[in-house]
Design a protein around this ligand. Structure first.
Ligand code: ADP
Ligand code: MG
Length: 336
């Protein structure tokens, strides 16, 4: 149900960008456990949109860890043996390790033991006993990934990979070149890629809404971008509540619990969707203060929405997009 909200959000984006002259073709599909919508414009619109769907479908076995026929499943169950994996699996793991190092482990792709234990987004979601959390947390350490080159990987000390925090970003980067010279708006769950010139808007930018965490159908801000990815991670996508506490799907590797840093969502605007995807997850774990310092040091364009009603932009937002704050009548305060 929550994920359906993302589809509605896209519909709003598209409605605001209706093409004036060029042919457009939209495909809606379900992949990577989420709703996706791709609209291509131009003479080859239909072929491009269909090719995007095929590209995402083709990536699924390379990035899924739950499909028993996937490379990640095989790697996670190899008991420390060297595995040769698909080139996309290898490239995504390589990128994930790079962002784990960059964020000092706030983003950590060896999250599978914790993800499985909590079961967030499944019928089995529950608060596990502390001893089980401690045991799962001990399995989380990206240093236990050994990349041997030539598509060969080995996992040490019981580490298990979960590329859920980067997979849709990786997929967005793979569909981007399919736009060729045409325009393309791809929404893969919370990952949006806006490529080429928007034929429906003067100036050619794409206006992407940043959702109100309490009402996905409305926006707290918009960003106008071109050839950028806009990625949001929030505590409202997958969660359950118990005793008044919200347990969501972004884990703090340091505690083994869903990150409680006073944030509702983080949006990153970046030319590279893989980077944006990894960094939204990491910034959510870091929290506002540490996150802003990270953005300043690494030149990251990010929009933070806090639980106490602030909307905060990092310095790089000014150059990455045209940002418009819309949250005043909902009680939000904008802090530039
Ligand atoms: P979404 O999948 O909703 O787009 P994210 O990109 O933030 O959201 O990814 C969340 C997913 O990433 C979780 O469902 C889990 O599979 C994985 N994950 C959770 N916490 C972390 C973390 N700290 N580092 C890396 N991956 C994580
Ligand atoms: Mg992410």
């Amino acid at each position: 149900m929550k994920r359906f909200g993302a589809a509605l959000l896209l519909f709003c984006c598209l409605a605001g960008c209706a093409p004036r002259q060029e042919a457009a073709h939209t495909v809606d599909f379900f992949a990577m456990d989420t709703f996706m919508t791709v609209t291509a414009y131009g003479a080859a619109a239909e072929q491009v949109a269909v090719a995007c769907e095929q590209q995402v479908d083709a990536l699924e076995p390379a990035l899924s860890r739950t499909r028993t026929d996937s490379d990640l499943y095989r790697l996670n169950h190899a008991a420390g043996a060297v595995c040769t994996v698909h080139e996309d699996t290898y490239a995504a793991i390589e990128a994930a390790v790079q962002y784990a190092a960059l964020t000092d482990g706030a983003f950590d792709p060896t999250m599978a033991a914790l993800t499985d234990l909590w079961g967030i987004g499944t019928e089995a979601a529950h608060v596990p006993p502390q001893a089980a959390i401690d045991a799962a947390r001990a399995q989380v350490d990206y240093h236990d990934i050994e990349l041997l080159g030539d598509r060969q990987v080995r996992l040490h000390d019981g580490a298990q990979l979960d590329l859920g925090g980067i997979g849709k970003g990786y997929a967005t980067d793979k569909v981007a070149p399919l736009a060729a010279d045409g325009a393309l708006l791809a929404q893969l769950g919370g990952n949006i890629g806006a490529f080429g010139v928007n034929p429906g808007r003067e100036g050619g930018d794409w206006v992407i809404g940043i959702a109100d965490p309490d009402d996905h159908a409305s926006f707290i801000a918009t960003v106008a971008v071109r050839d950028r990815s806009v990625v949001t991670s929030g505590d409202y996508e997958r969660f359950f509540e118990q005793d008044g506490v919200r347990y969501h799907h972004i884990f703090d590797p340091a505690t083994g619990y869903p990150a409680q840093t006073g944030l509702r969502s983080v949006t990153v605007i970046d030319p590279c969707s893989t980077r944006a995807d990894a960094l939204t997850t990491a910034l959510f774990v870091m929290g506002l203060e540490e996150g802003l310092a990270f953005c300043a040091a690494q030149d990251v364009a990010a929009v933070f929405i806090t639980a106490d009603g602030q909307v905060v932009t990092s310095d790089a937002v000014e150059t990455a997009c045209a940002f418009t704050f819309l949250g005043a009548d909902k009680g939000y305060r904008y802090v530039a």
